[in-house]
Design a protein around this ligand. Structure first.
Ligand code: GDD
Ligand code: GTP
Length: 512
């Protein structure tokens, strides 16, 4: 049995996603009709459910193995108030009855590994059937991807059962990796990977100079024994801190060792854990794979295992800015469409399984026109003369009036788009209202990956303002919640903060 932990952070982070995250935590922002982290949950749910007939993991697994490698519990790990996640937990629990979904709240921001270590007992705890935990996924809540969980699983367990183990070097973590350009790589965790063994030999988090074009995607499969390594790191950090200035809430005071081990310490998966594991395998240099393996030796008595990189060409991106949400919306809509089509075919076969997701919800009687991938919530109303798409998501209770044209946009819950208005490359906030004959337009795909450069990713955030003229740099247009745009207004490349009423046109501005 597997578990998955999704790192969702807390309210102190994510300033770049404002104003969209002012009324909803970024992990719950809807992309392609689902909260961002529901896509993670969905990927976990699909794993081991025979949803991936063409991939190696399914082929190599017997049915029993499929069950053994099924994700049974998803733990959301962060430091939001419980009530911020209450509704989400309720609805996802109903949508995925075979998964147990819980929220674990850190006492304070403990970093990407501190919270994992703090809640290690809960992560390792077997569920009702007492099946032991084989391993657990850790997923950054702010990445969007076609998660190749089956491939990661395949690599992790195949290698674990092979020679590394014999060398007393168990695989403790397998990191989802991707290629980027040389210039962009430094914005991510960079890894030097042995091409034959996939062992991570060197890891640097956001290096100041070029290290490698292979980068960490923020998705990991961890062996349960990783907690032993974390225990060592925990001790080192605590000893280095001396004064325990990063420690909070001691759980036990029985003795020094116990206290050090059981208090919450800020620890990072990247800088602390991966770097430590990568340090062990720097000695592999022979041409043959087995030779390399045999040369991977324990460096110090503290060493305990290896980290592997599972490199993928699947779509992957971070969700840091609102522009990234439009990009992710496009890809997730495409993926959902594929899965639905696949599910439809599979309904007729022995692998049939119900999907918790339904993508197209067009009312056949008042069928409006669509181009490409479009998601419309069942409770939204769209006039039959409206034209939506490509890549449009319309949230619950939204109202799209006659003659409206929308493309490459996200319309959030209860928003209203008045007659004959046009919305392009924009995000329209919850309860925002756009009058008739308006034009709301963002800059086209300004931060999209350059299609002419191999492995290019989204441009990391441009500065908000142009240093020369003080104008807003090209971005999508964003209307915060409850913004009111009067009729016949043109709004180009602008960001409007919540509750504003616009009575004139704007271009390249932030309207406060
Ligand atoms: N629970 C919890 N507690 N989660 C946290 C904390 C914390 O203290 N700090 C960060 N997170 C969560 C964030 O919510 C986010 O989902 C994820 O951990 C990543 O944290 P960031 O600090 O935002 O890192 P990053 O996105 O700049 O870089 C990471 O992801 C890249 C891929 O997207 C690193 O892992 C990079 O190496 C990697 O390339
Ligand atoms: P920035 O540079 O400020 O964007 O920080 P960052 O890159 O470290 O933050 P990131 O984008 O990784 O977001 C971290 C986490 O903070 C997200 O996963 C969300 O859980 C959360 N978050 C982001 N924005 C907001 C917000 O406006 N309100 C709340 N409550 N949470 C947010």
């Amino acid at each position: 049995m597997l578990k998955a932990v999704i790192l969702i952070g807390g309210p102190s982070k994510g300033t770049r996603f404002r104003p969209l995250s002012l009324d909803v935590p970024k992990p719950l922002f809807p992309v392609a009709g689902l909260p961002v982290i529901q896509h993670h949950i969905d990927a976990c749910y699909r794993l081991g459910q025979h949803q991936y007939p063409n991939k190696s993991y399914s082929k190599n697994c017997s049915n029993n193995d499929g069950d053994k490698y099924r994700v049974a519990e998803v733990l959301l790990l962060g430091y939001y108030d419980e009530d911020e996640l209450e509704n989400f937990l309720l609805t996802t629990t109903l949508s995925y009855p075979s998964l147990r979904i819980r929220y674990l709240r850190e006492p304070s921001a403990l970093g990407t590994a501190g919270g994992l270590y703090y809640f290690r007992d809960t992560i390792l705890e077997p569920l009702d059937n007492n099946e032991p935990i084989q391993a657990f996924f850790v997923m950054n809540g702010d990445v969007c991807a076609d998660f190749p969980l089956d491939e990661i699983l395949n690599m992790h367990f195949n290698y674990s059962n092979r020679s590394y183990h014999q060398q007393n070097q168990p695989v403790l973590v397998t990191v989802m990796a991707t290629e980027t350009t040389r210039e962009q790589s430094v914005h991510y965790g960079c890894m030097v990977v042995d091409k034959e063994t996939n062992v991570i030999q060197h890891y640097v988090e956001k290096p100041s100079t070029f290290v490698s074009t292979t980068v960490n995607c923020g998705v990991y499969l961890c062996s349960t024994r990783l907690f032993d390594t974390m225990a060592d790191i925990h001790l080192e950090i605590s000893n280095n801190n001396g004064s325990f200035n990063q420690l909070c809430t001691p759980i036990s005071n029985k003795n020094q060792q116990k206290t050090t081990d059981q208090v919450a310490v800020v620890m990072w998966m990247e800088q602390d854990v991966l770097r430590k594991l990568a340090g062990q395998s720097r000695y592999g240099c022979s041409s043959s794979c087995d030779d390399r393996l045999s040369k991977i030796k324990t460096k110090t008595s503290m060493t305990c295992g290896l980290a592997l990189a599972a490199t993928t060409n699947n779509w992957w991106s971070q969700l840091k800015t609102a522009g990234a949400a439009i990009y992710a919306n496009r890809h997730y809509l495409g993926l959902r469409q594929q899965n639905e089509r696949f599910l439809h075919v599979k309904t007729l076969s022995e692998f049939a399984l119900p999907s918790p997701i339904k993508l197209m919800t067009i009312n056949p009687e008042s069928c409006y026109s669509i181009i490409g991938h479009v998601y419309v919530h069942p409770t939204a109303s769209v006039h039959p003369t409206a034209l939506l798409g490509p890549n449009v998501s319309v949230g619950a209770g939204a109202y799209i009036d006659q003659g409206v044209r929308i493309k490459e946009s996200i319309i959030l819950q209860d928003a209203v788009i008045g007659q004959h208005s046009l919305v392009m490359h924009s995000i329209i906030g919850r309860c925002a209202k756009i009058g008739a004959w308006c034009r709301v337009e963002g800059s086209t795909t300004c931060s999209d990956p350059n299609p002419n450069v191999a492995f290019a990713k989204m441009t990391p955030q441009l500065p908000l303002f142009n240093a020369l003229d003080g104008r807003l740099n090209p971005s999508i247009t964003i209307l915060g919640c409850s913004v009111n745009v009067e009729s016949e207004i043109v709004l180009l490349n602008s960001i409007v903060l919540p509750y504003k009423t616009l009575t004139r046109s704007y271009k390249n501005e932030i309207i406060l």
